[in-house]
Design a protein around this ligand. Structure first.
Ligand code: 2AM
Length: 191
């Protein structure tokens, strides 16, 4: 077909796949990566790389690039207290073949998640999982195989690891055949 007869492709605005997350200090990331590697060796699956270990607070998915500055400004308006998490167990979710790290989460984490979600939705941003309860977790191993000997919902204790949280982050995700690549766009201080 001659170029001038081709149907016009509708113009789609450039988008970014984004989420808000807590990012661990280097020494916590290091230890979690070791634990993830050991778990993957024991149960199978793909361990999360040290530099991509995080805990998601709110996943937005595709947002027009033209709204990223506004998105950051909305998050900057969130006031919430700093806190410390203690991760002391691995858990297994069969439905998505994930091994995650978690623990008894402080009320301040719930408060941050609630305040952020409220600020985002009331400013017209769509947050994935609205209506579902927040299940804070750090993904440690993906694609855990069915023959892994773990039962659905099984939890395995691990030595407690303290993760101080003084900031949260707006992160852009790029998917590639090698996995997800994350770029931190902006950091926000907790009180
Ligand atoms: P997961 O680790 O449990 O897969 C970036 O993809 C981060 O956003 C991951 O931590 C991922 O959680 C989380 N996330 C939440 N909802 C998502 C969705 N609908 N699609 C992709 N990632 C999602």
């Amino acid at each position: 077909m001659p170029a001038d007869r081709r149907p016009e492709t509708p113009h789609r605005p450039a988008t970014a796949r984004v989420f808000f997350a807590l990012w661990p200090p280097a020494e916590v990331a290091e230890r979690l990566a070791e634990i993830a590697g050991e778990a993957a060796a024991r149960f199978g699956g793909r361990a999360t790389r040290r530099d991509t270990i995080h805990l998601t607070l709110a996943f937005l998915g595709d947002v027009p690039e033209s709204r990223l500055a506004e998105l950051g400004d909305v998050a900057a308006g969130v006031t919430s207290a700093a806190f410390e998490m203690s991760l002391d167990r691995l858990g297994f979710w069969q439905h998505n073949h994930l091994l995650w790290a978690g623990g008894e989460m402080p009320a301040a984490l719930d408060a941050l998640h609630g305040a952020l979600r409220k600020a985002l939705t009331s400013n017209g941003f769509k947050v994935d999982g609205t209506g579902r309860s927040f299940a804070p977790h750090v993904t440690m191993v993906r694609k855990v195989p069915p023959a892994c000997q773990l039962e659905a919902g099984q939890e395995i204790p691990m030595p407690a690891l303290a993760w101080p949280c003084q900031r949260f982050f707006l992160v852009r995700s790029r998917l590639s055949s090698a996995g997800s690549e994350y770029l931190i766009l902006r950091a926000f201080a907790l009180d």
